[in-house]
Design a protein around this ligand. Sequence first.
Ligand SMILES: NC(=O)c1ccc[n+]([C@@H]2O[C@H](COP(=O)([O-])OP(=O)(O)OC[C@H]3O[C@@H](n4cnc5c(N)ncnc54)[C@H](O)[C@@H]3O)[C@@H](O)[C@H]2O)c1
Ligand SMILES: [Zn+2]
Length: 355
Amino acid sequence: MKILNVELGDRSYPIYIGSDLLEDKKILANHIKTQTICIVSNTTVSRLYLENIKNLLDDYQVVEAIIDDGEEFKNYDSLNHIYTKLLENQCNRDTTILALGGGVVGDIAGYAAASFLRGIPFIQIPTSLLAQVDSSVGGKTGINHLLGKNMIGAFYQPKAVVIDLNVLNTLDKRQISAGLAEVIKYGLIWDKDFFEFLENNIDNLKQLDFEYLEQVIYRSCEIKAKVVSEDEKESGIRAILNLGHTFGHAIENCLGYGEWLHGEAVACGMVLAAKMSLAQGWLSEYEFNRVKNLITKANLPTEKPNIAYEDFIGAMKLDKKNKNKEIYLVLQKGIGQAIVTNKYLSNALDDVIKS
Ligand SMILES: NC(=O)c1ccc[n+]([C@@H]2O[C@H](COP(=O)([O-])OP(=O)(O)OC[C@H]3O[C@@H](n4cnc5c(N)ncnc54)[C@H](O)[C@@H]3O)[C@@H](O)[C@H]2O)c1
Ligand SMILES: [Zn+2]
């Protein structure tokens, strides 16, 4: 097992990464200071892992709040279902919320914890690769509104994150690839050697070789933790974690959420961002091809779906990074470095969107 600390002063917390962690009662017990636990999960993940988790918690009073599975249920109704379960069971501040699931469950459970009684403790047990390398770390919590994704939320840090690799055995391959998109992102924005490591070991990762996966999840969380501890509330550098996301969100938005997985849209978005960086002269042809090849090998899309220019640019204008109606993009400066900028050749953006 590896342990990584997210440094945020008195809100610092550990991330445990390894196999069989959900067999070990002590890990959770070390971070639960309350009598009652409310496990928040969804219908799919609870069927697979709820009993296992409950076995670890026989010293506590356990309440369950199970929501439907899917991004479309990351909404107020599901959040309200969690509040109702908490209130029906007389939960008070002596309650810890335990999020058991992918990013949807983690985000909504985290927001329930941030808002119930103005804040109760919570712990993340992320079960999708995307949640393990990205959404469970960093404290962004929230729900979607009909008029926009992740529009209601709070920055609220967990007390601990427990990443057990074993749960990945039940995750389908398409979801594994979607998680790998965010992993590749960390190489692109922060660490050239890590990118090269991914190039050399992508097949092992796709086959869920735990030795490689553990290293890769650790390094991904380490990079995210470093960026978050420098800029918790995204007033600056944290925005580089959005590489590929301005394009990716536009793809998700224009195709309709759920058509492409988030990681797939981000993967394609990273290729579009790399194309722009190539046009700027910030990425060589050779580097551009490396980016595209790795994304292809991870079984992720590299070609933009057919979307009308006006719709695509309209969706990009909704991005949270934008200021004064200008589109800010995260672009590559070589492999391993990224910048957030509105200073790029605007015809290069048009070319990329029309390609
Ligand atoms: N908070 C953040 O910083 C942050 C960062 C990135 C993404 N997100 C959010 O995360 C969400 C996407 O997360 P996701 O990709 O995990 O999606 P998800 O939560 O919908 O999970 C994907 C699918 O995998 C299933 N699943 C999860 N774990 C499983 C397992 N071990 N075995 C079998 N099935 C399993 C889920 O039930 C679901 O059907 C989005 O809502 C996004 O906005 C948040
Ligand atoms: Zn993402």
